[in-house]
Write a protein that binds this ligand. Structure first.
Ligand SMILES: [Zn+2]
Ligand SMILES: [Zn+2]
Length: 347
């Protein structure tokens, strides 16, 4: 009788696992195969999220005849298939950023509930209710629909083009992962700049698609993904897939990259200028994106979510000053607005 064995991959480092196959059934044929391939030393076998260590003592007799001295060690031996639980990196890359979105937004909600953020607001307290044309409950529902749509698209894509070999790619060195992050950031920024700007230029797309995001004149964290599903598909899902492919990252790296991109997008909509926020190392930040959400900012600061490069190159960059507001908090004041308005009139 075949025996299936499962254990979480996390118990082993990738380097322990020389082989990776899916749905491994530990039986004489499999033992024979692996001892034939690696007769002299231990081979670590991963089965989806499962890692099985095969140790051989002595030399093999032949491929066809499995040597009796082969010993199979299964750390944390779990032979009950029904109890097995395995989650691929692709699935984690789909669901973890969604969880990160609400958790990170939740941190800001706690700050708000404690009143800690009052001195750091970019808009006076209560302005969300007077300037935004949708309620927070509508936004929550809209974001959940948007995320459900993105999850469905991701699962569909994985089903169609999924890698059934079960081979788990090894993580590259940290330096290469850092380079992949930077490449992915540039790819997403480039894709989103042109798509986002086009959604402002094309009146049909603006009216029926992108204006939904601009219902929030005063942005707040969990409004970051308040988009039309088509916008989410074009900007985020396709943009993310492009970045993933061009950067050549592994699905495991993608879990971290998309979580990071999610945190950045949420932070850009936080409506606060919190001291010590490490994400302010980016020129593209909550104050920069706040300008785009204002009525006057509709033609500026399209770049998102990482750099301001394309705005600078293509003349849509709106510099600003951050001034103390009477009554507390800050005010983002665009500069050269009049000058730019004059220029656009003469164009
Ligand atoms: Zn916009
Ligand atoms: Zn926005």
């Amino acid at each position: 009788m075949m025996r299936r064995c499962f254990m979480p991959m996390l118990l082993y480092s990738d380097s322990d696992c020389l082989y990776s196959i899916k749905n491994l059934s530990l039986g004489p044929k499999i033992c024979d195969f692996f001892t034939g391939v690696y007769p002299q030393f231990a081979a670590g076998l991963t089965v989806s999220r499962v890692c099985v260590l095969v140790v051989q003592s002595g030399s093999p007799s032949s491929r066809r005849k499995p040597p009796a001295e082969v010993k199979i060690q299964i750390a944390g031996d779990r032979t009950n298939t029904e109890m097995a639980f395995a989650v691929s990196d692709e699935l984690l890359g789909t669901f973890v950023p969604v969880a990160v979105y609400w958790l990170y937004s939740g941190l800001y909600i706690v700050l708000d509930a404690m009143g800690i953020d009052d001195d750091y607001r970019l808009h006076p307290k209560g302005e969300e209710a007077t300037k935004n044309v949708v309620s927070k409950w509508t936004v929550v529902k809209g974001v959940l629909v948007q995320q459900a749509f993105q999850i469905a698209v991701s699962l569909l894509v994985f089903t169609i083009i999924g890698d059934e070999s079960g081979i788990v790619r090894k993580q590259p060195p940290a330096l290469l992962i850092a380079v992949q992050f930077i490449i992915a950031m540039f790819v997403i920024d480039t894709w989103q700049y042109f798509m986002h700007r086009y959604m402002h230029i094309n009146q049909f797309l603006y009216k029926h698609v992108h204006s939904k995001h601009h219902a929030l004149v005063v942005p707040y964290t969990f409004g970051a993904l308040y988009n039309h599903p088509l916008e989410g598909l074009i900007l985020d899902t396709i943009g993310g897939a492009l970045a993933f492919v061009v950067a050549g990252m592994t699905p495991k790296t993608a879990i971290f990259f998309f979580s990071f991109a999610t945190i950045k997008a949420v932070d850009d909509h936080c409506g606060l200028w919190l001291p010590g926020n490490i994400l302010h190392v980016f020129s593209n930040n909550s104050a920069y994106h706040d300008i785009h959400h204002q009525l006057y900012g509709n033609k500026y600061n399209f770049s998102q979510p990482f750099f301001v490069m394309w705005d600078r190159i293509l003349g849509t960059y709106m510099p600003y000053t951050l001034e103390n507001r009477k009554g507390g908090g800050y005010e983002v004041r665009p500069i050269k607005l009049d000058l730019l308005a004059e220029q656009s009139k003469t164009d």
